[in-house]
Design a protein around this ligand. Structure first.
Ligand code: IPE
Ligand code: IPE
Ligand code: MG
Length: 252
């Protein structure tokens, strides 16, 4: 199948296969209530539970959630520590449930900066759920799009040095295969809550043809109904991947 027909065959009015979300607004949610930011993050975990469940029911294949960016280390140390503790606690509390619900958990990002305990827990959670065939829940933690592209370049340069490939083997496809999302379809729908309209170093390469949806709702207030609106908005769009509108209509 040519690259062209491949793209067009992906154009349909069905649900997105892969939804990627920047869960933003936890801090403001708490501050509006005169509460410490940590309360907003805890409340945000409840939204994650609801949204994961909904995506499972809707037969979405992949849900990517931005939990902690490579730039979030710049926050006050107390907030960073608290986010690390919350990540650990959430894994401990939720992994069995995810497993029972046939959800496969994946974590992308540079883990080396996490405590050994957290790294071990991530490995254990991925191992426990790896055979599951329902929703893939892809958590981006200490993730940056620039980090992802850089680490792919490093792996490819080692292959080059060892003579496994030559320069002419370097292609978009090869780069894709070395990104942390190598086994996942590209995101179809990107959602950012909290009102900001920026990518903040999320899946830079992977978002090349993703449909964007911005919501001013703060993440702890986000729910199934808003996600359903976002999916409806997605379904009403025509994805052209460079073609003309007429070409798309003719071929679908
Ligand atoms: C997103 O909420 C969660 C993380 C970055 C961990 P924020 O903490 O960024 O919330 P706001 O943007 O300050 O409201
Ligand atoms: C992006 O949100 C990262 C996560 C949601 C984990 P931020 O709140 O950190 O983004 P900026 O700093 O406002 O761009
Ligand atoms: Mg924010």
């Amino acid at each position: 199948m040519s690259e062209d027909s491949n793209h067009l065959s992906n154009i349909d009015n069905g649900n997105p296969r892969h939804i990627a979300i920047i869960m933003d607004g936890n801090g403001r949610w708490a501050q509006k209530r005169l509460m410490p930011r940590v309360i907003g993050h805890r409340e945000g975990v409840k939204t994650v539970r609801k949204i994961v469940e909904f995506c499972g029911e809707q037969k979405i294949e992949v849900l990517s959630l931005f939990a902690f960016s490579s730039e979030n280390w710049r926050r006050p140390q107390t907030e960073v520590n608290m986010l690390m503790d919350l990540f650990m606690l959430t894994l401990k509390n939720e992994v069995d449930k995810l497993d029972k619900n046939n959800i496969r958990l994946r974590v992308i990002g540079d883990r080396s900066r996490f405590s050994q305990k957290l790294q071990d827990k991530i490995v254990q959670a991925e191992e426990q759920t790896k055979k599951n065939t329902g929703l893939t829940l892809n958590i981006a933690a200490n993730y940056g799009g620039r980090w992802d592209i850089t680490q792919a370049c490093k792996k490819i340069s080692v292959m080059l040095q060892q003579g496994e490939i030559t320069e002419s083997d370097i292609s978009e496809d090869l780069i894709n295969q070395h990104l942390s999302t190598f086994e996942l379809p590209e995101p179809d729908l990107f959602i950012r809550t909290g009102g900001e309209q920026r990518v903040s170093n999320f899946l830079l390469w992977q978002l090349a043809y993703t449909e964007f949806y911005f919501s001013s709702i703060l993440w702890p207030d986000f729910d199934q109904a808003v996600l359903a609106d976002a999916i409806d908005s997605f379904k009403g769009r025509q994805r052209r991947f460079g073609h003309t509108s007429e070409q798309v209509i003719k071929r679908t």
